[in-house]
Design a protein around this ligand. Structure first.
Ligand code: FCB
Length: 442
């Protein structure tokens, strides 16, 4: 079967700052919550850190050349907030801005559209010391930072995305403690939900005031939820997870209110005017999707429930995440039906497998090609069903620092040797290059 995508469908690749840049002490960069979290014993499964990562901060020329070889029309990367505001406030750090300025220029020369994500989890530690996402003041700090970046890059960049996956920051960062800043507290969890929404809305207002021409959006991690077993309590946990994971972010943005189950939890943080601000119209929605979520009750957990990403016996990636493109088409059709069919770009989708270079030096990752084919087919089927999906960004350009999992969860289209930092395009790179070139899924 072959599927033809329209000519203006955007094919891209994604990365994020902390996962690839390294150079954490260079050119005046301040500490981020991930630098601090990586020092906590056992926080990272492999004991590794993002201190060097792919060394993209020095090797970015090579990575732009790889993007050119890949032939994608767009590249989504994130700006490290602590490179721009090492102390969280005050005067911006010129060297930090210069780095992204050069990157944007090089992308322009390569004919690649830069999509700038303003926050991909690396909060300045200086702001965490002021209670980070628990503190309402962060909304104003984020809007200042967003405008500083956009005013510098926005003569060449049209697309700005505010936050990456606020549900993950709220949940893993503040409810289970698996991600930075490593909190597992009910109040922190609820405050982080609302203050991220508020920061998004405040930044959108501020950016629109600066320049009405910029295309603005947010990146949400969206997934259908399922009960982990057929008990009534698991069913209830799945409904609650849906409200906390998907609805807590989609509903305020598209319906101007929190889901019924979430409203009483976040109410005390919501001031008058907040919901109007969060619901300002957007140009696009970025959707990250990997797998369905399976919920079961867990009284000891902050959210009262626990989740996994696969039922027993399901085919999975090396993350243990279920492989089933049906979860993606279901997600996209729900946006069409329940959220007025917003213009959607898949801003992340991809798979980790235990890629081992073969004797010929190449990485024959047929499993990743199969995965990508299945999920991109799901995008096509949602489009046929009427969902307004306009682009797809593969996660990720490079193998990188996979947060609490370290470096052996390889998501890249390009293999990275973390001793030498050598980059080797995998078979999936060539497959995706052909797709991006022809717009035909084979
Ligand atoms: C997403 C993150 C991204 C990466 C992928 C695998 O949740 O946004 O940084 O870790 O998962």
């Amino acid at each position: 079967m072959t599927i033809a995508f329209p000519e203006n469908f955007v094919w891209g690749a994604s990365t994020s700052a902390y996962q690839i840049e390294g150079a954490v002490h260079e050119d005046g960069r301040g500490e981020s919550i991930w630098d601090v979290f990586c020092r906590v014993p056992d926080a990272i499964r492999t004991g590794e850190t993002g201190a060097i990562a792919c060394d993209h901060y020095h090797l970015w020329h090579r990575d732009v050349a790889l993007l050119r070889d890949l032939g994608v029309g767009a590249y989504r990367f994130s700006v490290a907030w602590p490179r721009i505001f090492p102390d969280g406030r005050g005067r911006p750090n010129a060297a930090g801005l210069d780095f992204y300025d050069r990157l944007v220029d090089a992308l322009g020369e390569a004919g690649i559209d830069p999509w700038v994500c303003l926050y991909h989890w690396d909060l300045p530690q200086a702001l965490e010391r002021r209670d980070g996402w628990r503190n309402r003041d962060i909304a104003a700090r984020f809007a200042d930072y967003a405008c500083t970046v956009a005013n510098r890059l926005g003569d060449r960049v049209s697309y700005f995305l505010t936050l990456n996956e606020p549900s993950v920051t709220a949940w893993l960062g503040h409810a289970t403690g698996e991600h930075a800043p490593g909190l597992a507290e009910t109040d922190a969890f609820h405050a982080a939900i609302h203050h991220q929404n508020l920061a998004h809305g405040t930044a959108v207002d501020a950016l629109r005031q600066e320049n009405e021409g910029w295309k603005l959006g947010i990146v949400l991690s969206l997934a259908p939820t399922r009960p982990a077993d057929d008990s009534q309590s698991a069913l209830e946990a799945a409904d609650m997870l849906d409200a906390l994971w998907n609805g807590a972010f989609l509903d305020p943005i598209y319906h101007g209110r929190y889901p019924e189950r979430v409203a009483p939890l976040v109410d005390r943080y919501v001031d008058s005017g907040d919901l109007e601000r969060i619901a300002r119209p957007l140009d696009l929605l970025g959707v990250n999707h990997y797998a369905r979520l399976y919920a079961r009750p867990d009284r000891a957990a902050v959210a009262g429930l626990a989740m996994g990403a696969a039922p027993a016996g399901a085919p999975t990636t090396s993350m243990g995440w279920e492989i089933d493109g049906g979860g993606l088409s279901e997600t996209l059709l729900r946006l069409k039906d329940d959220y007025r069919n917003p213009p959607v770009f898949i801003t992340e989708n991809g798979a980790a497998f235990d890629d081992i270079p073969a004797e010929d030096g190449r990485v024959h990752d047929g499993d990743r090609i199969d995965y990508l084919r299945e999920y991109i087919e799901a995008v096509a089927s949602a489009r046929t069903g009427g969902a307004d999906v306009r682009g797809y960004f593969a996660w990720s350009l490079l193998d990188n620092f996979e947060w609490a999992e370290g470096y052996d969860r390889r998501f890249g289209l390009v293999h990275v040797d973390f001793e030498t930092r050598d980059r080797t395009p995998k078979d999936s790179f060539r497959w995706y290059a052909e797709l991006a070139h022809e717009g035909i899924l084979r």
